[in-house]
Design a protein around this ligand. Structure first.
Ligand SMILES: Cc1ncc(C[n+]2csc(CCOP(=O)(O)OP(=O)(O)O)c2C)c(N)n1
Ligand SMILES: [Mg+2]
Length: 357
């Protein structure tokens, strides 16, 4: 059951989470088997992950053909994290992410056409083509980016949550970041203030083991990331980031606590990117065997194994069609005229996207 379907469903898990939470521990209840999802739910999760996968595979081709330019960071392999968490995030809650943001935008419900147009630098894109791959922003779904600065989203999320607190709104802000961000000052300042003021933020660390070409154990003195977060007095769990049901279950429990005034929560999703850091990266810092080992736990394959009665080929065809329609939409789009370039630089609002709620 998704958050969009029922707000109550997730808050029912609050007590279990409070009892089961151990700072720095693996979430004891966060296994796929423990979650009570029905088959239509799982099919929807599969479709979302497949939309991300096929969208990005197409983007990689278009990048090689020089139809998409700039930096592009693929999320392939990590789809279960955005899909599982965002399934539980309510429409009026804010979402903040990193430059590896295509999956978050699609899972959040940003129209694929507009994401693809943005990748192509078209005025029909979510940011009129000015942001590109790394800066997907979409006010109607409260997606606050897309941020090229490692750790840059964390203070933004804390500020959004502080605004909610000051305005008396009970809703969560969700902040995704890579484990590399946990070596940044912005991470520590954000955790400190969020904990001190008990702000309603769910911090989601997408631990894919590498920050560009640097493995976690080569760059951080404490590699137990949940323990690091727990040092700030924030309840912290680890979950299997390749298992979308496990991610969803862990997110549901954490969000219930955040919304019930429990203050910030931290979730580490252990995951892996199957592709290079970016389209520029030659990916020479890890063994092929390591990549192959993780591919055995491909989140799509894992979930497909639980969908015996579902026509996966039909879903694949539908998704392929959607991706091609998005490419056609982007192709038919327009570059912003030079005369428009000084617009929206300072105070002029983009009214077509709607005012942030
Ligand atoms: C403040 C800052 N420092 C350095 C960089 C260069 N940089 C870009 S991505 C990256 C690695 C970040 O790794 P991680 O946070 O684990 O995210 P991942 O790419 O693995 O999703 C670095 C160091 C940057 N963009 N911003
Ligand atoms: Mg990383």
């Amino acid at each position: 059951m998704s958050a969009r379907q029922s707000r109550r469903a997730s808050s029912g898990a609050a007590n279990g989470a409070a009892n089961g939470a151990a700072n720095g521990a693996v979430d004891p209840a966060a296994s796929g088997a423990a979650h009570e999802a029905s088959s239509p739910d799982l099919t929807a999760l599969y479709r979302t992950m497949l939309r991300i996968r096929r969208f990005e595979e197409r983007c990689a081709e278009l990048y090689s053909a020089e139809r998409i330019r700039g930096f592009v960071h693929l999320y392939i392999g990590e789809e279960a994290v955005a899909t599982g968490v965002l399934d539980q995030v309510l429409p009026d809650e804010a979402v903040v992410t990193t430059y590896r943001d295509h999956g978050h935008a699609l899972a959040r419900g940003v129209p694929m056409n507009e994401v693809m147009a943005e990748m192509h630098g078209r005025v029909e894109g979510v940011c009129r083509g000015r942001g590109g791959s790394m800066h997907l922003f979409h006010a109607p779904t409260r997606l606050y980016g897309g941020n090229a600065i490692v750790g840059g989203g964390l203070p933004l999320a804390v500020g959004l949550a502080l605004a909610d607190r000051m305005l008396g709104r009970t809703r969560a802000t969700v902040c995704f970041f890579g484990e590399g961000a946990m070596a940044e000052g912005a991470f520590h300042e954000s955790m400190n203030l969020a904990a001190l003021w008990r702000l309603p933020v769910l911090f989601v660390c997408e631990n894919n083991g590498y920050a560009m070409g640097t493995a976690l154990e080569r760059s951080q003195s404490e590699t137990n990331l949940a323990l690091k977060a727990a040092a700030y007095g924030i309840p912290a769990w680890t979950c299997d980031g390749m298992d979308v049901e496990a991610v969803r279950g862990a997110a549901a429990r954490a969000l219930a606590l955040v919304r019930d005034g429990g203050g910030p929560m931290f979730l580490e999703a252990r995951t892996y990117r199957f592709r290079a850091h970016s389209m520029y990266d030659s990916d020479r810092y890890r063994d092929r065997a390591e990549i192959d080992r993780w591919k055995l736990r491909d989140p799509l394959v894992l979930l497909a194994g639980r969908l015996d009665d579902v026509d996966l080929e039909a879903i694949d065809s539908e998704v392929a069609r959607e991706v091609e329609e998005a490419v056609a939409f982007a192709d038919a789009g327009h570059d912003e005229p030079v005369s428009e370039l000084t617009r929206y630089v300072t105070s002029e609002p983009i009214t077509s996207a709607g005012a942030p709620r």
